[in-house]
Write a protein that binds this ligand. Sequence first.
Ligand SMILES: [Zn+2]
Length: 174
Amino acid sequence: MLAFVSWAAHDAYPIERAVPLRWFKEVQPVTQLNPAVAAGRDKLVAQSAKLGIDVVITDGFRSMAEQDALYRQGRGDGGAVVTQAKGGESYHNYGLAIDFALRTPAGKVIWDMQYDGNRNGKPDWLEVVAIAKKLGFSWGGDWKSFRDYPHLQMDFGYSIQDLQNGWRPPTQTG
Ligand SMILES: [Zn+2]
């Protein structure tokens, strides 16, 4: 449990929110996908398959170093910019995000948002997003700037700043 710090306690501003967790508790680094996110990922793949959609999970947990390498892409390392987040600034770094793509019957992995492989008149991509939202994910395609269409995350009400300060969803507090 959290240590009690009387100088910061205030009725209207609970201590648990007033002081970053990392100030008084050693925060274990996250090294894998949150179990709830992993379960959501598996359900997403299974429920999409029932609709005749082959979902490929292209990314999940990402270490800080991996995130930094990704950030350098398009900013000196060549290629296109693929992320706005440096190490520690992405939900992937806390095991709370996944990225997906679609796979055609020929085995080709595609990022085509119009593709209607199951021929039901609806883009497969948006069908997958709709399932993901029912499972509790929010979608990077809804972001106001730098829309990230393959990206799905569960934030459990935590901002990136909260996570940087050491807050973790219950399954990860250890
Ligand atoms: Zn992502």
